[in-house]
Structures are given as structure tokens and as C-alpha cells.
Design a protein around this ligand. Structure first.
Ligand code: TXA
Ligand code: MG
Length: 545
């Protein structure tokens, strides 16, 4: 079969010609605001049969009738309740399908044997004009081969349907990008059967209470029947298996980073693209832009099939607004293989080690993995100015060591009390260690991966708050070289500084893990640290609680 492509901008008579295909029982690809549909005369049993054949669609999966305005409702439905007209007034033309009692003129083949029928008025002037010209309600499922992602451009439609149907009207890319929302009005309260381009919240504003069908959010048990038969089928799936990661975008990104292997695919928000450099990336649009996420989701899923991605990880928006539909499509593509990054326990890594060993590079690596790193020394100095509890304890122990006018710590005064006086120093440490670790953890609240950077990680007891404590070590000669360049000091002085430090063996004995800096350059060590932390995080995330 030759598939004719109609271009509305250049084909003068396309409306009449496209309408003729429908009237004569043919199959026509049609643009709508949601996705492209595969249309046929919905009252013609033979034509409808053609749709099922062309798509390879199971016979029990009913089709939606498309009409050009609400006045056609009574032609398709035996009974039209007042709320149907109310919804039409609010949301038609638009991405809303209503399930209503079937009119006897609508063949059971169209409704998959059901006594109800789905009806919607698409928000696409070209398609509405063609339907009106055809003069019949047009049955149109999404125009993909059964199981594939829905087509959101004429090119997608051609990919799946060339040679199988009579024509495709090229109406450009779809504005909404996910299919219509389906609401069943034959039950009380009305029930959401499929989330889609019209957010649930907007339906609730008009209808009040709306029940949400279980198939929207969960995988159904073997043999369990959804109310929209189509919701039971594996759908939208690219060839490679998909894991959907829900939860805050930062946490899902951190989780994916710790799992993703070379050659894997990542479907991520724009903001996280850089994190996944080197992998097969498809972007879902900005984390804050649900409209573009909806437009992108099917195209992105399709695009993975052109790549070698062995397995795919997908970030998932929250379930408010359009997010419910986008997340539903992603989860269906994943066969409901979902990890909730918000439910994972926080991974806390403590980092310590002597000066010049490369801790700064290691911290940068941890941040590249999505870690939230707290510099505990800087935090302590901030707290000296702002934390009333810490300041109060210090004053109680050492008297008025804060300047009464500026409020700043008089370092000399405190120094003269504690240096060379072991008991006083112990007292100071006890106070600091009672306050700083607690605050350090607070700073990382909500983050999946926390890094606490502290010289006295082990001495302060902070190590006990960490799942792993990492000592960063390096051979003495390398450290001396690094301190000399970094601080612009002589070799002699650098050696003295090193001698004053805690010996490497202390870290070897007390840390759970050691990261040896044997690299020649900082960049090389950063990469080494990245692989090291990735492994640690993976182990921690996979550890049974
Ligand atoms: O946005 C859309 O709705 C697109 C465009 C082309 O309009 N169409 C679309 O059709 O998504 P389709 O066939 O891919 O999905 C229709 C869904 C299926 O899950 C089907 O089971 C459900 O609607 N459905 C249709 N009639 C129904 C009925 N009478 N009762 C329950 N569910 C029904
Ligand atoms: Mg479909």
C-alpha cells in the first residue's frame, strides 16, 4: 500500500482528500494536540478492523471516537449526563476523553466489546476540519505499532505505519505530547482511568471528587483487569530495559550516577546532562518545565532504539499536574520497575587525611557524583559567629572570649588559654565536637549523598555518623611537592609541616577505607577518586538496612 503524505501548507485540497479516505473506509494518520492518531470511520466495522490489523492491536482494546464538537456527543452516546457537557465546555477542544454509554450505532468492534465508548474532541483545527468534512466520528488510537511509544511527529508515524495505511496528514510536532486524560463518567464518583494531557487537578476543580484507578500508579497483578483495557499492556517500551527513578531530581541523579555503567542510557532532566556525560543521554527537558517533558518523553524513549544503550535509567517528575501522566508513561515503559530515591537511606561518607594528599580533588569528585560536601572547618568558623548554643558553651567554659562590640571571637585570647594546656584543649575540643558534627549533618539534610570533610573526623566522633570513613593518603614526596606549590613555601618548611601531622598509620587503623593518591596529576586523581566513591556509594546503597 502506498502511504500518501499530506502537507497542509502546500496541498490545496488536502481536507477533502483526507476526508474522502475516511469516508471510503480507509486508514489515515492524523495530528492531534496530544499524539498522532490512526483514524478510520468509527461507525464502519470493516474500517475499524483495519486499525487493529495495522497496529497489531489486541481486539479487546477499545478505540476512542474523535468528534469536532460537543454537539456530536449524542450521536456516539446513548446517554449524555450534564457533567459531560460541563466538562466539554471547560476542556474541549482538548486532551480529555470521556467514557460514556455506547450509542447502538457504534459497533462493538470499536469499543472492544464494551457497552461504553470513549469520546473526545481534539484541539487541532486541521483534524477537526477533516472529521467534520468526513461527517463521521473518527475512531483513532495512537498511531504507533502496538507496544511502541506513541508518535508525536509525522516522522514517528511514518516510521511505524508507512505501507500499512492510506495516508498521513503532517501537522507538525504535537503540542501536548502525551495522550488525553481518560475519565469514566459512567461510575460515581467519576474515575480517572488514564492520566494525560489534562491534569487531574483541573478535573477535580470541575467535578469535585475523582477516583483514581489503580492501574494509573501500580502494576496490576496477573489476571487483574484495569477499567481501561489498554492499561494492562506493556507499552511505550524501548528495546532496552528501563529503570525509573522517582524522588527529588538531585537524589534520583545521584542514585543513577552510582548505578550507571559504561554504554548505558540515561533519560534525564536538562539540568543533569553534564553529570551523565559519556553515557547515552536523552533529555527530558528542564526539571521545572513539565510542558517540554510531556512533549519530549515519547521521542526520547523512541530515540534510545537508535542507540546501543544496554539498559536505561530515567529520572521521573513528581506526580503533580502533567507529572502524573509523564511518570505513568515512563513507569509503563519500565514495566513498573521503579526505584524511589527519596526512600533510600542517606549515604554519609566522612573524608579525612593529611595536608597535601589531594583531598580537594577527591571532594570535587564526590560533588561530581551529586554529593553534598560540608567543609567542617569552614562550618566551625561560621558557627563561631552565628551559633548561639556553641557560643554559649564556649563563654561558660572560657569566659568572655567574644568581642562585646563586634561579637567576633578573640582568637588570641582563646589561643592563650588552650595552647600548651592539654586539659583546656580537651575542654575546647569536647565543646566543638558536641556542636559541629550535628550541624554538619543538618547541612546535608534531604541529600542522598553527604560528604563530611573534617581533619579531625575520627577524633571528633563524627566518624560514627558516617557509613564509611575515608582516609586520603599520598606518598610523602608528592605531598611535599603539592604543599610547596599550593602554599608557596620552601621545601624545608613543607617537610616540617608534614612531620607535625598525624601519621598515615593512624588513618589506616581507624578509617573504614583508604584512598591512595598515586596519580601524577590532580585531574587524574580526581578521576581515580570518582571511581572509588562511585563504588563505595553503590555498596552503601545496595547494603541491606
Ligand atoms: O490522546 C489520545 O487519546 C490519543 C489521540 C490519538 O487522540 N489516542 C489514544 O488512543 O491514546 P489509544 O487507543 O492509544 O488509547 C486509548 C485508551 C486505551 O487504554 C483504551 O483501553 C481506553 O483508552 N479506552 C477506550 N475506550 C474505552 C472504554 N470504553 N472504556 C475504558 N477504556 C477505554
Ligand atoms: Mg496508544
Amino acid at each position: 500500500m502506498n502511504t500518501r503524505i499530506f502537507h497542509p501548507e502546500t496541498d490545496d485540497n488536502y481536507i477533502a482528500e483526507a476526508a474522502a479516505i475516511l469516508r471510503e473506509g480507509g486508514l489515515l494518520g492524523l495530528p492531534t494536540e496530544t499524539v498522532y492518531g490512526l483514524g478510520a470511520n468509527g461507525l464502519d466495522e470493516e474500517a475499524v478492523r483495519g486499525i487493529f490489523l495495522a497496529k497489531g492491536r489486541p481486539q479487546d482494546n477499545p478505540l476512542i471516537l474523535h468528534i469536532p464538537d460537543a454537539s456530536w456527543l449524542s450521536r456516539c452516546c446513548s446517554q449524555v449526563p450534564e457533567e459531560a457537557y460541563r466538562l466539554a465546555e471547560h476542556f474541549w477542544p482538548g486532551p480529555l476523553t470521556m467514557i460514556l454509554p455506547r450509542h447502538p450505532s457504534v459497533p462493538l468492534r470499536t469499543t472492544g466489546g464494551l457497552e461504553t465508548v470513549g469520546v473526545r474532541c481534539p484541539d487541532h483545527p486541521v483534524t477537526c476540519a477533516i472529521i467534520a468534512a468526513a461527517g463521521v466520528p473518527v475512531a483513532a488510537p495512537s498511531g504507533n505499532l502496538s507496544g511502541r511509544p506513541s508518535p508525536t511527529s509525522a516522522a514517528h508515524m511514518q516510521e511505524d505505519m508507512t505501507g500499512r495505511i492510506h495516508g498521513i496528514v503532517d501537522g507538525g510536532p504535537c503540542r501536548v505530547g502525551v495522550e488525553s486524560t481518560i475519565i469514566d463518567l459512567t461510575v460515581t464518583p467519576p474515575r480517572l482511568l488514564r492520566p494525560g494531557g489534562l491534569p487531574l487537578e483541573q478535573l477535580q476543580e470541575v467535578l469535585g471528587e475523582v477516583a483514581v484507578d489503580k492501574a494509573v500508579t501500580e502494576k496490576l497483578a496477573e489476571g487483574e483487569k484495569p477499567r481501561a483495557p489498554g492499561m494492562k499492556y506493556r507499552h511505550y517500551a524501548p528495546k532496552a530495559p528501563v529503570t525509573v527513578v522517582t524522588g527529588s531530581a538531585r537524589r534520583s541523579a545521584a542514585y543513577i550516577l552510582s548505578c550507571v555503567e559504561e554504554g548505558d542510557g540515561v533519560l534525564c532532566f536538562d539540568e543533569y546532562r553534564d553529570l551523565f556525560r559519556g553515557h547515552v543521554i536523552q533529555s527530558l527537558g528542564s526539571e521545572h518545565d513539565p510542558l517540554s517533558q510531556a512533549q519530549r518523553v515519547f521521542d526520547a524513549l523512541r530515540a534510545f532504539d537508535e542507540t546501543e544503550a544496554a539498559t536505561i535509567y530515567a529520572q521521573c517528575p513528581g506526580s503533580e499536574g502533567l507529572g502524573l501522566a509523564i511518570g505513568n508513561r515512563l513507569k509503563k515503559a519500565a514495566g513498573f520497575h521503579v526505584v524511589d530515591a527519596d526512600a533510600l537511606p542517606q549515604v554519609v561518607l566522612g573524608l579525612t587525611g593529611g595536608t597535601g594528599a589531594g583531598k580537594t580533588s577527591a571532594l570535587r569528585a564526590l560533588e561530581r557524583l551529586g554529593g553534598c560536601v560540608v567543609d567542617c572547618d569552614a562550618l566551625y568558623h561560621r558557627m563561631l559567629q552565628t551559633d548561639e548554643a556553641l557560643r554559649g558553651d564556649l563563654v561558660a567554659a572560657f569566659g568572655d572570649i567574644f568581642d562585646p562590640v563586634t561579637g567576633l571571637l578573640d582568637r588570641q585570647k582563646l589561643g592563650s588559654m588552650v595552647f600548651g594546656n592539654a586539659r583546656q584543649l580537651e575542654k575546647l575540643d569536647a565543646i566543638v565536637f558536641a556542636h559541629v558534627p550535628r550541624r554538619a549533618l543538618e547541612e546535608t539534610e534531604g541529600q542522598l549523598i553527604a560528604g563530611l570533610d573534617a581533619i579531625n573526623l575520627l577524633q571528633s566522633g563524627m566518624g560514627r555518623l558516617c557509613g564509611r570513613t575515608v582516609g586520603i593518603l599520598a606518598p610523602a614526596e608528592g605531598r611535599i611537592r603539592r604543599i610547596m606549590t599550593r602554599d608557596g613555601i620552601s621545601e624545608e618548611y613543607a617537610r616540617l609541616r608534614l612531620q607535625a601531622q598525624v601519621p598515615d598509620d593512624y588513618y589506616r587503623q581507624h578509617c573504614t577505607d583508604i584512598l591512595e593518591n598515586t596519580a601524577d596529576t590532580a585531574a587524574e586523581f580526581e578521576q581515580q577518586a570518582l571511581e572509588f566513591f562511585r563504588q563505595l556509594i553503590k555498596e552503601e546503597l545496595c547494603r541491606k538496612p
